[in-house]
Design a protein around this ligand. Structure first.
Ligand code: NAD
Ligand code: UFG
Length: 335
């Protein structure tokens, strides 16, 4: 029988791409999402792309009754847990909302899973758990010192899931630390659609390219990097989604907790990313050098070798593909 996989936050940017790759791998994904940061219009697009009906339960993961009903009604085999709040700046001004949604949501989900006997979970963690890393590339055993409320919720959820797995060996947990997800599905039908003005580099570049924003402010040109601008490990969202399929396969073989970085092991500066986006959209991107942004680091690049060894997975798509796909999505997103 086809395994049913519940994707919390499956209508969001990363979750929607995971739904597609799960379906392509022969799983039957279903979604729980409250659409607080996504649109219901994503769901029919997912059915169209996958060629299968993708069931979607509208609601909040903190609603225990809703989760219990969903897990039993659909006989779910495992959960990919993407739902949560993710804006670093907002987490500082609304800490309780972040603790409640991210940690409260995960507790409600884990309780409902335990009650239903579903004990396999893949969690969307973040490289933000490392904070100001001492050296790059960053391996999974680097010190964990998140610098924002958002980052602390991610680390606390990792700890919560580790404690759960220690209390009951039936749990199988993958903690996946994403570096900088970028790009969109090649169809141009789904992609990143933030409800507010974007804060991240790639969606801002797309909006500058489309004339919706006048320019990109480059946050710092005096970082200790080759061209003075910040260096990040951008990873194509489809590569990221494929890693979740590999993680689920791994959890069928491995009990306990698996913690992995998901990145490319290759960093690009802001100026290199702007140049790549200019190639993708065939237009100049107006930029303005600006002061450093509070909380930023010079370099954040993954040591992704553990994911290669453990999952047999590597990111295959490069920065040019990320920009081309993000641009295609920007052009077609309202169609
Ligand atoms: P997103 O906001 O596009 O997707 C999250 C989805 O969860 C949205 O559809 C939203 O409506 C839903 N949601 C939020 N709270 C919910 C709740 N309480 N109940 C039900 N649904 C809820 O974000 P994304 O970029 O797709 O990120 C997915 C996950 O990956 C998040 O946990 C995020 O912290 C993590 N992550 C993202 C990045 C990134 O740069 N995008 C980096 C590292 C980690
Ligand atoms: N940048 C600019 N101008 C902008 C936006 C970003 O120059 O308008 C620069 C940043 O300074 C940084 C790079 O582009 O050097 C990437 O910035 P993003 O905001 O796209 O990504 P971050 O690396 O800051 O953030 C990511 C995730 C967060 C996570 C954080 C820490 O989006 O969820 O990594 O790991 F918390």
């Amino acid at each position: 029988m086809t395994d049913k996989i519940l994707v919390t936050g499956g209508a969001g940017y990363i979750g929607s791409h995971i739904v597609i790759e799960l379906s392509a791998a022969g799983y039957a994904p279903l979604i729980v999402d409250d659409f607080s940061n996504s649109s219901p219009s994503v769901v029919p697009r997912l059915s169209e792309i996958t060629g299968h009906d993708v069931p979607c339960v509208t609601g909040d993961i903190r609603d225990r009754r809703l989760l219990a009903g969903t897990l039993s009604e659909h006989a779910v085999a495992a959960v990919v847990h993407c739902a949560g709040l993710k804006a670093v700046g907002e987490s500082e001004s609304r800490p309780l909302a972040y603790y409640d949604s991210n940690i409260g949501g995960t507790i409600a989900l884990a309780e409902a899973m335990a009650d239903a006997g579903v004990k396999t979970i893949v969690f969307s963690s973040s490289a933000t758990v490392y904070g100001q890393a001492g050296s790059n590339p960053i391996a999974e055993d680097a010190p964990l010192m998140p610098e924002s409320v958002y980052g602390r919720t991610k680390l606390m959820i990792e700890q919560l899931l580790r404690d759960l797995a220690r209390s009951d060996p039936a749990w199988r947990v993958a903690l996946l630390r994403y570096f900088n997800p970028a790009g969109a599905h090649a169809s141009g039908r789904i992609g990143e659609a933030p409800s507010a003005t974007p804060n991240n580099l790639m969606p801002i570049l797309a909006q500058v390219g489309a004339g919706k924003l006048p320019e990109i402010a480059v946050f710092g040109s005096d970082w200790p990097t080759p061209d003075g601008t910040g260096v990040r490990d951008y990873i194509h969202v489809v590569d990221l989604a494929e890693a979740h399929v590999a993680a689920l396969a791994h959890l069928q073989r491995a009990a306990g907790v698996t913690t992995l970085n998901l990145g490319t092991s290759r960093g690009y500066s802001v100026l290199e990313a702007i140049a790549a986006f200019e190639r993708a959209c065939s237009k100049p991107i107006t930029r303005r050098m600006a002061p450093r942004r509070a909380g930023d680091v010079a370099i954040c690049v993954a040591d992704a070798s553990a994911a290669r060894v453990t999952l047999g997975w590597v990111a295959r798509r490069g920065l040019d593909a990320m920009c081309a796909d993000a641009w295609r999505w920007q052009l077609h997103r309202d169609a």
